[in-house]
Ligand binder design. Sequence first.
Ligand code: ACO
Length: 427
Amino acid sequence: MAKNSMTLIDNRNSKSYEYPILDATRGTNVVDMQTFYKDTGLFIFDPGFTSTASCTSKITFIDGIKGELRYRGIPIEILAKEHSYLEVCFLLLQGYLPSSSELIEFDLEIRHRSFVDEGLKNLIDSFPSHAHPMAVLSSAVSALSSFYYEHLNLKDQSAYNEMASRIIAKIPTLAAFAYRHSLGIPFIYPDIERSFTENFLYMMRAYPGGKMKITQDGEQHIKQVEIDALDTIFTLHADHEQNASTTTVRGVASTGAHPYVAISAGISALWGRAHGGANESVIAQLEMIGDVKNIPKYIAKAKDKNDPFRLMGFGHRVYKNFDPRAKVLKKLQDQLKEELGLNSHLLEIAQTIEKIALEDKYFIERNLYPNIDFYTGVILYALKIPRNMFTAIFVIGRSVGWITQWIEFKKDSNSKIARPRQRYVGK
Ligand code: ACO
């Protein structure tokens, strides 16, 4: 019997089965049970995949107990502090941080690819004006597959790079178009003179003809501190290993569908309140609470087993300690409070909830800490980003993670179609 293995005994017939334990370079090792069904005639029952590793990956590492997150081995705190979102995109895609000339080249490519086919404007225009930007975005990204329908030569790295650059570059444009459509105002084309994050804010805020509002002291309508804060938010969202939307992207990729369609499915999966949609729900909930004096009532509702109410922006499947991204954002929130003088009624409610929940036995016992969405909700609100764009901003940040995971899936010779089994209890 190999030392690095696990033996399982079927007590019905005393048969034993041995499965190898595969080491991870960091974190939790895995038991290789790929032959389990063939060996035993049984399926493994694991709804929600709480104990299932679905792939081997070199991209992102999370230690949920320690509260650690690394992209390609580098801690998130360092990336958020010292590197731009585009550097992080390059890191995720290529496995190393770019040199200054590589960054210039990558940045230029993203700027040039930020335009979308004019036909996509007609598609977006055909949605009702009250359509949620996430619905429009998911459809528009799916539609990209019909505008750029080329078959990838999977042996060619440059084809992968091109596909990844298109995804990263075009999604902010489509997100901004979706937003402007919801207001019934003209689309603003990308401005290649502007950096990635500034350009997104510009496409959201500019007046027709690409003019920016100028304040009395000659300042433009986009402040550097806003660009920096949003860039950090994109970095913190860039990847998060096998979360629900990434698992969706890999699942769709496993059928051989076009990558744009896989990313579109990821966008839809992200929209839900239990996942990326939580940032929008955080603000909706704070508005519903309405006043600091109502907080105890809602904390009691969150703790009541007979009440489906949950405190949005609290809890995480993987982090059972403070989410490291939330730590970075808490600091950013405090910094913005000073620099932009943010002092809203909602911020006061948010900070009071945070304090009460962190000291409450129910939340402590269940390791329910504020998650990334709690702080992004509050920060984006403070940056005057419209609430219906919060999850679309998550999409922009996560697009690189999805496409990197898609590439890894495609290049892995062990990849198979995703096809789980079931325990049948019907007639
Ligand atoms: N408020 C109140 N109680 C909660 C909350 C919450 N936000 N989250 C979990 N709990 C409780 C559950 O009722 C359960 O209690 P019990 O053990 O007494 O039955 C316990 O904590 C464990 O909760 P689960 O639902 O089993 O945890 P799971 O890992 O399946 O869910 C999730 C994680 C979906 C994030 C959950 O905490 C939640 O719904 N949070 C609110 C939504 C949210 O903020 N989502 C964003 C997640 S981060 C992201 O996707 C980017």
